[in-house]
Design a protein around this ligand. Structure first.
Ligand code: GTR
Length: 334
């Protein structure tokens, strides 16, 4: 009897060890490494992809090769919104996305992408690297994501193939592609243009065939997508600074040990400054190439700038009291 009990207990112990192995992946030097997939919609030399690579390098180094993060750049795993859904249900482990489409899943993020919110890039980074940034990273957890780090994305401005934009009136009636984001639809409509939500990968042909007249983005995206070749007017109105975010799937993270989760979180944070530098370098390359191509680049006059800001006031008025409070805290960061 005693012997049967001992054998049964041993069996239970064996089964639970095997079960734990399946649950919390451990990946030791002797066994195969844990391979995790990261989805990125930009090409390999783009600064967000460079940030992903730095993150992956740090994870691999700090786990002595037990964990490998494979980067699927250039939208190999799909367009941004579809990728976010897959991350939410654990089919993809990580992704780097713009917070605009992610805000459809985690609406609090809208507080970080309001038009003309940040005084400058230093202000934005003080917010993102401070208390508010950390709170916002934590806020996506209830939606099935683990917020890991912010990456730079400069400022977004309008470009189009029809005419130079020097005032709000010049945007009237233009069909402008936006990300799949309520806030961006509202922003373009507030300026009197026609908002056309569309995945990033379809914008080039949209511009080429005239389905849309224009879109909006930063120098690096305007360049890397070749949109600058089919939409020559670029107006530096800089309406939004939209941070990029690196997220993990909550389901995927929960499969890892506490210690590995900690390494991943830290590696992501430690890749930020590398990405910011890669961003600055690429902006310089992109701007130079676009100017040399002969595109018509214009700046807003101080009056037009105020006009743009005024037109966007309704977006602030429409925020919930909670998000208004966050916006106020952001504005107060000095
Ligand atoms: C870029 C961003 C992409 C994507 C794109 C877009 O600036 O890095 O993730 O959101 O904009 O406009 O769709």
């Amino acid at each position: 009897m005693k012997r049967t009990l001992t054998i049964t207990l041993m069996l239970i112990a064996l089964v639970s060890v095997a079960w734990a192995g399946g649950e919390a992946e451990s990946g030791d030097a002797m066994s195969d490494p844990i391979v995790l997939r990261l989805a990125e919609n930009h090409q390999q030399d783009y600064p967000t992809t460079q940030g992903d690579y730095e993150f992956a390098r740090l994870v691999e180094e700090r786990t002595n090769g037990r964990i490998k993060v494979e980067d699927y750049h250039s939208s190999q795993l799909g367009e941004e919104r579809a990728v976010i859904e897959q991350v939410q249900f654990g089919a993809i482990d990580f992704t780097r996305v713009s917070i605009s489409p992610l805000a459809a899943f985690s609406p609090d993020l809208n507080a970080l992408q309001m038009p003309y919110l940040y005084r400058d890039s230093d202000h934005m980074w003080k917010v993102l690297k401070g208390e508010i940034g950390d709170e916002m990273l934590a806020s996506v957890e209830s939606d099935g994501f683990v917020g890991l780090a912010w990456y730079d994305s400069g400022a977004r401005s309008f470009y189009n193939s029809v005419r130079p934009i020097n005032s709000v009136a010049d945007l009237a009636g233009l069909k402008i592609r936006v990300q799949e984001s309520e806030l961006m639809i509202g922003l373009v409509e507030a300026l009197g243009a026609v908002a056309t939500p569309m995945p990033f990968g379809e914008v080039y042909s949209g511009l080429q065939t005239g389905v849309i007249d224009g879109a909006e983005n930063n120098w690096p995206s305007y360049f890397s997508t070749s949109h600058y070749e089919v939409a020559k007017y670029y107006t530096l109105d800089q309406h939004t600074k939209v941070p990029e975010i690196l997220i993990a799937s909550k389901i995927a993270m929960d499969r890892l040990s506490e210690e590995d989760q900690k390494i991943i979180r830290q590696a992501a944070k430690d890749s930020i400054d590398f990405q910011i530098q890669a961003w600055a370098d690429f902006v310089a390359v992109a701007e130079k190439a676009i100017r040399e191509n002969g595109n018509e680049i214009s700046e807003l006059s101080p009056e037009a700038y105020v006009e743009f800001q005024e037109a966007m006031r309704p977006l602030y008025d429409a925020l919930s009291p909670e998000l208004k409070a966050v916006v106020k805290r952001i504005q107060d960061v000095r």
